[in-house]
Design a protein around this ligand. Structure first.
Ligand SMILES: [Zn+2]
Length: 139
């Protein structure tokens, strides 16, 4: 599997991550899947609902995810994945990220260093949520 993010959603994701820095941002990625290729066409910023320190943690509300799924369908798209940022940290997939993941989504992590975009990775968790494989990401 490969995932490509179009320019507009990509820039929206980066802008969101810079805006919430030094806290983590999170959001939904909507798009299409064709011949094993995922194409992200819309980024939908969602609120980080984590009640504690948001510099190292994010939480999505189930109702926000449902709304994102509905918004995707209205556009004849699918909810392809979730993005979130790692302020001053690498774009790895943490143990908490794994525990809060679902195996059918792509998880794009944006590394933001000193308030600016540094690098990104996309992760595919396995069904047991014990590990995540890196997915080829282009943007
Ligand atoms: Zn994370």
């Amino acid at each position: 599997m490969m995932i490509r993010i179009e320019r507009q959603p990509w820039e929206a994701m980066l802008a969101h991550a810079r805006q919430t820095y030094p806290n983590e941002c999170c959001g939904a990625m909507l798009g299409t899947i064709q011949n094993g290729q995922k194409l992200v066409r819309v980024a939908m910023p969602l609120e980080n609902a984590f009640a504690g320190a948001q510099a190292t943690r994010y939480e999505l509300r189930p109702e926000d995810l449902l709304a994102a799924d509905k918004a995707a369908r209205e556009r004849q798209m699918d909810l392809i994945g979730i993005y979130h940022s790692h302020p001053d940290c690498d774009a790895y997939f943490s143990k908490t990220d794994l525990q809060n993941s679902c195996p059918w989504y792509s998880f794009v992590v944006l590394s933001i260093q000193n308030g600016e975009f540094h690098h990104a990775n996309s992760w595919l968790p396995n069904f047991e949520q014990t590990e995540a494989a890196k997915e080829e990401l282009t943007y």
